[in-house]
Design a protein around this ligand. Sequence first.
Ligand SMILES: *[C@@H]1O[C@H](CO)[C@@H](O)[C@H](O)[C@H]1NC(C)=O
Ligand SMILES: *[C@@H]1O[C@H](CO)[C@@H](O)[C@H](O)[C@H]1NC(C)=O
Ligand SMILES: *[C@@H]1O[C@H](CO)[C@@H](O)[C@H](O)[C@H]1NC(C)=O
Ligand SMILES: *[C@@H]1O[C@H](CO)[C@@H](O)[C@H](O)[C@H]1NC(C)=O
Ligand SMILES: *[C@@H]1O[C@H](CO)[C@@H](O)[C@H](O)[C@H]1NC(C)=O
Length: 397
Amino acid sequence: MASILTIAILLLLHRRTSASTIDSSKRPHGFCKQLDIPVFATAASAIYDIPRVDNDIEATAWAIYDATRDTPHNVQNIIKNTTTSGIFNIHAQLCVPKSSKKEDVLQIATHGVHYDSRYWDSEYQPEKHSYVDAALKAGYSILTYDRLGVGQSDKPDAYTVTQAPLELEILRQLTLMARNGTLYSFAGKAKPVDAAFNTLAKPKKVVHLGHSFGSFLTSAFIANYGPLSDGAIITGYLLTENLASAGSTSFNVEYAATSCPPFDRPSGYVVCQKNGIQNIFFGGDLKTAFTPELLNYGNDIKQPVPIGELASAFWLLGNYGPSFKAPVQYLLPEFDFYVCRGDCKGLANVTALAQTYPNATDIEVAIQPNTGHALPLHNNATAGFQLSFDFLARHGL
Ligand SMILES: *[C@@H]1O[C@H](CO)[C@@H](O)[C@H](O)[C@H]1NC(C)=O
Ligand SMILES: *[C@@H]1O[C@H](CO)[C@@H](O)[C@H](O)[C@H]1NC(C)=O
Ligand SMILES: *[C@@H]1O[C@H](CO)[C@@H](O)[C@H](O)[C@H]1NC(C)=O
Ligand SMILES: *[C@@H]1O[C@H](CO)[C@@H](O)[C@H](O)[C@H]1NC(C)=O
Ligand SMILES: *[C@@H]1O[C@H](CO)[C@@H](O)[C@H](O)[C@H]1NC(C)=O
């Protein structure tokens, strides 16, 4: 009896091991490994005067509150300043290219709100929509991670913990780990063992890439910690009076705990309905810009948002960055509704951007035509990815 049980357990263990071996998947152009990284971070936080959200009606009421013209925002909305410290589990994926031509350049990609790291790595037609696969093909290593509060990372309190300055500090810690070699040695030791990760030399250059709220974080990061970045790609974000002017009601949110599988979010996490995903993330000519399948996929991989993250987002905007001495590209989707109120052409003021980053070696603004906010989930995505790779290559990255 006992030995039959033992064999059954061993078989089960064996199956689990093989399943996770497949997870550390081989890609057409590289190798990827899933990591759960304990990140110690301490940052300024606050108690904001925002309503609680514990059901669908309160979710919509929060959006109306947030979009109401005389609702106080930013520091005016703080009841008490606090400090948050802890060790947070951050789920990440490190991928390294097969061809070694740029293995010394690591891209660190930060996704926006309503998504997790899968934003960068579409499982739907990855050859056309996965930025990760395109980066590997171009020879880059790339770290994608689920920000605090989404995906397989920790999901702490939506009001008082999951806030922008803490997320900025998590990005700083991940960058420090990448630069001092601990990220790659952690990846080498993490199970299952994979030869592709055993002998990695630490990256010589680190490029920061963001989308939307991930670009708020990336632009604040290079402004505050310029020497830690060798280049930046800011996608789907430009600070003008149009940013977020469509308002939070355009998200069409519901209460995540009852609306979003696996129904494990606490109070204060809200999630877009499908038309909210279309409002924010999809745009362009309906015949040519994206397919119904891409919109379905964009809806399938959506993630809830903790409302304290949105209340605290202002800390990341417009930070002055004289310490950044590297190139930065702004890649704007032509028909970005949430950021440019539906048309980004002619909105960027490079003189103003140069006042924000006075020591940047180059500031380029590029428009990706016939595309909405979610750049990878439109038909012409790979040509857009190439604009960033070409920009980096022009700067030796
Ligand atoms: C919280 O800190 C900010 C920035 O230092 C300050 O402007 C604000 O007045 C403070 N709010 C309270 C309630 O202490
Ligand atoms: C590398 O950086 C991480 C994150 O700041 C830190 O915890 C670790 O001690 C550093 N390791 C070395 C060897 O400097
Ligand atoms: C550029 O960096 C230098 C050295 O860090 C600094 O002294 C200078 O103020 C910066 N330039 C501007 C225009 O801020
Ligand atoms: C661009 O920004 C500069 C610096 O802030 C400002 O002087 C100029 O008027 C702006 N140009 C336009 C067209 O808004
Ligand atoms: C696809 O994107 C590239 C890069 O921005 C652009 O040059 C090209 O015109 C786009 N193609 C279409 C059909 O929009």
